[in-house]
Ligand binder design. Structure first.
Ligand SMILES: *Cc1c(COP(=O)(O)O)cnc(C)c1O
Length: 488
């Protein structure tokens, strides 16, 4: 593996070269020995790269150009919704009154920012059909955990603290069982039937008086709408459990159907997916949770409220609250972007989002079904899952297909997920891509399918055009070298 043409920053270092200018020190110098215990003070100076400002700018700019982002190309990463990040959102988030305030300022001096958060909460109440929303959780998984903690507190308040089981279908997003475990519950898995939907008989079999909740990802990770939701909610409510809606991917149902109307008690949303928060590089995100009235007393505190005089206020007088789940009040900047997006789109715009997300996914699925296996051949919602098993028989694995897509300038889709599809390829086009882009991507997929038959080695050895060729992924994951050590 080479890092051709791009030396490490440690390799371009020149002793004495600096990229900054500091004013002469005009306060007393401090003696570190007085501040830190002896063992923590370094004997020799740290070996840091010594480079000019220009060197360092060129170094990182060159590296950044090797990144693939949604601003540089199509990014059909199923289950992750990498859609475009409207630039107007960025403008608004940079307004002085939003960017330069401090979370510990007096409430009186940040009423505008609080009003924005309050209005965003109200919009999400309306979009989800819930009774109240908290903006505190910082991501989807964090929202799941927050909701489960509220469900636990609810059961305990009713003297039913023995309810320790959370039911999760095998087609749920992977964070669902993880959140249930972190929240201290035991996870029970229910199977999908041959249509890719939750098997109701299996569900009836596992519920009982120890059921705390059912977590339902909808659309599920096959991109399919769970058609028996009302019945599922009835089964769970029948035994005294709560029903949780994983609404990370609301761009498949938004403005068409509301979790609150389907019998759900709580829901989380991913503002960094459906509501256009930038979401590369791991964050920051925002995973608000909406709840029905019964769960309101348990919301994380403070709760943002509007007083009778029309002032916005953080209410800490919540004796049954599960407490704070995030410093301050959520990731404000992401919430500003989501608010901007909702206001730019309006209700009709959000409905169009859903229609295009679903139309685009079905269009691509139908263009590709002839060339790849489609294990669940039904109308999909915002995403669909192909199987590469036909290609596998030719010696070409899904991983090879994903790598070959890099040669066409695309970020590969999610692969080997969900687990119930052999050699899975999970594609989410999103509503924001043009028909030309969708067609070009399908053309690339079709060409790869043909190559798998005629010239499999081209696919097996891909990528051919990237700076770095095929990585040893196991070694990269198991024995990563993350530190520079000087070669002798
Ligand atoms: C992305 C996603 C999550 C997790 O959200 P994070 O913000 O990554 O924690 C949960 N459920 C579904 C269905 C998702 O697509």
């Amino acid at each position: 593996m080479s890092h051709e043409n791009q030396p490490l920053i440690f390799e371009i270092t020149k002793e004495g070269r600096i990229g900054y200018n500091l004013e002469p020190l005009d306060v007393p110098d401090i003696d570190l020995g007085e501040l830190l215990p002896a063992g923590y003070i370094r004997e020799e100076a740290a070996e840091l790269p010594e480079v000019s400002e220009l060197d360092i700018m060129r170094h990182y700019t060159a590296l950044s150009r090797r990144n693939h982002g949604v601003d540089s190309g199509f990014y059909p990463l199923g289950s992750c919704t990498m859609k475009y990040n409207p630039k107007i959102n960025e403008n608004v988030a940079r307004y002085n009154g939003f960017a330069n305030i401090h979370p510990l300022q007096d409430e009186d001096s940040v009423q505008g920012a609080m009003e924005l958060l309050y209005d965003l909460q109200q919009s999400l109440v309306e979009i989800t059909g819930m009774d109240e929303v908290t903006l505190q959780p910082a991501a989807g998984a964090h929202g799941e955990w927050t909701a489960l903690m509220m469900i636990r507190a609810f059961h305990e308040a009713n003297g039913e603290g023995h309810r320790n089981k959370v039911i999760v279908p095998d087609s749920a997003h992977g964070t669902n069982p993880a959140s249930a475990t972190v929240a201290g519950f035991e996870t029970i898995t229910v199977k999908s039937n041959e249509d890719g939907l939750v098997d109701l008989d299996d569900l009836r079999r596992v519920v009982g008086e120890d059921t705390a909740a059912l977590m339902l990802t909808n659309p599920n990770t096959l991109g399919l709408f769970e058609e028996n939701i009302l019945e599922m909610a009835e089964i769970i409510h029948g035994v005294g459990g709560k029903v949780y809606y994983d609404g990370a991917n609301l761009n498949a149902v938004m403005s068409k159907a509301r979790p609150g109307d389907m019998g759900f008690d709580c829901v989380h949303l991913n503002l960094h997916k459906t509501f256009t928060g930038p979401h590369g590089g791991g964050g920051p995100g925002s995973g608000p949770v909406g709840v029905k009235a019964e769960l309101i007393p348990f919301l994380p505190k403070p709760v943002l409220v509007k007083t009778e005089e029309g002032k916005y206020h953080f209410d800490y007088e919540r004796p049954q609250s599960i407490g704070r789940v995030k410093p301050y009040y959520g990731n404000f900047g992401i919430n500003v972007r989501a608010y901007t997006y909702i206001r730019t789109m309006g209700p009709d715009g959000l409905k169009a989002v859903t229609e295009y997300a679903v139309l685009n996914a079905n269009y691509m699925m139908r263009r590709l079904e002839e060339y790849f296996d489609l294990p669940y051949n039904r109308h999909c919602k915002h995403e669909f899952v192909l199987s590469g098993r036909r290609q596998k028989k030719l010696g070409v694995r899904t991983l090879d297909i994903a790598k070959r897509l890099l040669d066409f300038g695309y970020h590969p889709p999610t692969v080997y997920f969900p687990l119930n599809v052999e050699e899975g390829i999970m594609i989410e086009p999103t509503e924001t891509e043009s028909k030309e882009t969708l067609d070009a991507f399908c053309d690339a997929m079709i060409q790869i399918a043909k190559e798998a038959e005629a010239t499999p080695e081209i696919v097996q050895e891909a990528p051919h055009t990237t700076v770095i060729s095929r990585l040893d992924e196991t070694r990269a994951a198991r024995t990563p070298v993350l530190r520079y050590t000087k070669q002798a």
